[in-house]
Design a protein around this ligand. Structure first.
Ligand SMILES: NC(=O)C1=CN([C@@H]2O[C@H](COP(=O)(O)OP(=O)(O)OC[C@H]3O[C@@H](n4cnc5c(N)ncnc54)[C@H](O)[C@@H]3O)[C@@H](O)[C@H]2O)C=CC1
Ligand SMILES: O=C([O-])C1=[NH+]CCC1
Length: 316
């Protein structure tokens, strides 16, 4: 049997650039929303529950024809790991040759999960946010940090406001952000004050109950909600969902996996890929929500970018 290369988190970090990732994912999300003729094959992820330990193992296979990307991510998420000072998400991705099904690389999936999720929120924000200067971030974990890094790189962000249910997490992230980017950062003790003046809100928490509810917000604020990936979990209140224009990454995923969508019964306006295709309107002068569950196609596209970059490096 052939041995295949393993690419660790550092290989992934040097290979992936947000600009390139955003362009590739934008096209792949558009392909996905074209339906069968888009050349994307992606079943709903299969998730095993480890009830005793409050854990989950998900298998996420996808094929994206336009990117020659055939891959499967295995990801565990264990919310209680943070109390043990362990990562809450762990992931590996196996990439295959599309012509033969031969495995060609195995790689770390944690950096890819963080970067591709932030990149997809950035795509939604590019289309759906009227302004992108003041960013409010709810949460201070891996996704919160990745979103800030991506948004600072991709948009002219002037101020960042952070709230976390554990204030020391927010303080720690704020220190990192101001040292790394020299942007004005402020930590808030409550969600309402944090989001009041925001143009864009990122909700990236492990909550199971709504943390962002109807309160004073800019009328055309855009909200990216990446947490609550289980049918019983919510990050946004039902009232907020029902009073916003709701976009999703995948209608199938959102209606099967998102407690925010299922419990609120909110109407889904459409998929972000349909916005990219110009098939539905970007309602950027109204309050918009992008509900992200995370798609296998995003991992496959990112993994193929990493593989191609590592192969190129071998030749130089
Ligand atoms: N949409 C997508 O593509 C993806 C979504 N996720 C989801 O995004 C969320 C955040 O993930 P990570 O940043 O990687 O996790 P993390 O463990 O690094 O950070 C979690 C954050 O949530 C906060 N938190 C924990 N319990 C909370 C509670 N009860 N109320 C409010 N805040 C709470 C923590 O203090 C921390 O700031 C999770 O729900 C995760 O499953 C993760 C990967 C991809
Ligand atoms: O897309 C993803 O990898 C995940 N979404 C929620 C937990 C992990």
């Amino acid at each position: 049997m052939n041995t295949i290369p393993y690419y660790g988190p550092d290989d992934v970090k040097v290979s992936l650039k947000y600009e390139e990732l955003v362009s590739a994912l934008e096209l792949a999300l558009a392909d996905f929303s074209k339906g069968p003729e888009g050349g994307v094959s992606q079943p709903l992820r299969a998730t095993a529950e480890v009830t005793q330990f409050n854990g989950f193992l998900a298998a996420m296979p996808a094929y994206v024809e336009s990117r020659h990307a055939l891959a499967c991510k295995l990801v565990t998420f264990y919310p209680n790991n943070s109390a043990k000072n362990m990562d809450t998400h762990m992931a590996s991705i196996l990439l295959f040759d599309e012509t033969s099904g031969l495995p060609i690389a195995i790689m770390d999936g944690e950096v890819i999960t963080a970067m591709r999720t932030a990149a997809v929120s950035a795509i939604a924000t590019k289309y759906l946010a009227e302004k992108k200067e003041v960013l409010a971030v709810l949460g201070s974990g891996v996704q919160a940090r990745a979103h800030i890094e991506a948004f600072v790189k991709l948009f002219a962000i002037k101020k960042i406001y952070i709230w976390n249910h554990r204030p020391n997490g927010a303080e720690h992230l704020a220190k990192h952000v101001s040292a790394s980017f020299g942007i004005e950062v402020q930590v808030f003790a409550d969600v309402e004050s944090c989001v009041m003046d925001a143009d864009v809100i990122i909700a990236a928490t492990f909550t199971t109950e709504p943390i962002l509810k109807e309160c004073a917000m800019k009328p055309a604020v855009h909200i990216n909600s990446v947490g609550a990936p289980r049918p019983q979990w919510q990050e946004l209140s039902e009232e907020l969902m029902n009073h916003s224009v709701v976009y999703v990454d995948s209608v199938v995923s959102a209606t099967k996996e998102s407690g925010d969508v299922i419990k609120s019964g909110a109407e889904i306006y459409g998929e972000i890929g349909q916005v990219v295709l110009g098939k539905i309107k970007a309602e950027s002068n109204r309050r918009t929500v992008f509900k992200s569950l995370g798609l296998a196609l995003e991992d496959a596209v990112a993994a193929r970018l990493v593989f191609d970059m590592m192969e190129q490096k071998k030749l130089t």
